[in-house]
Design a protein around this ligand. Structure first.
Ligand code: SAH
Length: 250
């Protein structure tokens, strides 16, 4: 898969793209990430990428010309079918979205700065806007990295053990289950006996139940469309430790 990232600050992305699993995915040729500096697509002496907003007000707006030219320069390398703008106005990024994006042969990600881009960029260049959450950062570079790292985990071969992806939070619609490692007792706190029993079926059931328990307590809105087995586990949880209504987040 190929991802072209358009940014004014490629140096923000360079380090994280080289490290750890992302670096390995790129070395293995599973993921190609190319950085384009938007400023290299200006034509004036001052290499201007932004200008004051029509109508007045604070801040600067990213101009159309360099952004259109930067995207169009990728035509021979990228299908340009999916041109994504990182934007707090976009659709919230989810695990399902990452899985969908990982199916595409290529993507373009635009990282904005200042007050954002001229609306005509959204209108005629961008196919979709994605937000990483309801808060505002100074630029789209960290959001783009979040998207790239999350997406890379959905590409075959990036995570050696697919099972570890399947047991992650959100993959199967609920939060992850609690994990423990040695020692069996730490400062008086025990590891649950079932996990040390070696009984795979019992361990599987314990993990699903604890995943459901954590989800019920922290993110009850995720508990929709569960299987009958899950409903039974949830009923069991409710009988064991009734959570006062006010402790379940709305
Ligand atoms: N004035 C804009 C915010 C601009 S922040 C507004 O109110 O919507 C500058 C840039 O940072 C944005 O254009 C976007 O590219 C990026 N950015 C900031 N917060 C983001 C978020 N939560 N998700 C995705 N991109 C974000």
């Amino acid at each position: 898969m190929r991802i072209d990232v358009l940014t004014l600050f490629p140096e923000i992305l360079e380090g994280p793209l080289k490290a750890s699993l992302l670096g390995k995915a790129r070395d293995a040729g599973i993921l190609e990430v190319a950085l384009t500096n938007i400023r290299d697509h200006t034509t004036d002496k001052h290499r201007t990428v932004d200008d004051t907003p029509y109508g007045g007000g604070a801040g600067m707006v990213m101009k159309c010309e360099p952004l259109f030219a930067a995207v169009e320069s990728l035509r021979s390398k990228n299908s340009l079918e999916r041109v994504i703008l990182m934007s707090p106005r976009g659709k919230p990024l989810t695990q399902a979205k990452l899985r969908e994006l990982a199916q595409a042969p290529d993507l373009v990600l635009i990282c904005a700065r200042y007050e954002g881009v001229d609306e005509r960029v959204s209108q005629a260049l961008v196919t979709e806007e994605i937000s990483i959450g309801d808060y505002v950062l100074s630029g789209g570079e960290l959001p783009a990295l979040v998207l790239i790292e999350g997406l890379s985990r959905m590409l075959p071969g990036v995570i050696g053990d697919w099972e570890s992806v399947e047991t992650d939070s959100f993959f199967k619609g609920v939060l992850g289950y609690p994990q423990y490692t040695r020692p069996p007792v730490f400062r008086g706190m025990d590891v649950p006996e079932t996990l040390m029993s070696g009984h795979h079926a019992a361990i599987g059931r314990w993990r699903r139940k604890e995943a459901l328990r954590a989800t019920r307590l922290r993110r009850p809105e995720l508990l929709a469309g569960l299987s009958r087995e899950d409903e039974e586990l949830l009923a069991e949880i409710a009988r064991e430790a009734p959570v006062p209504e006010e402790e379940i987040e709305p």
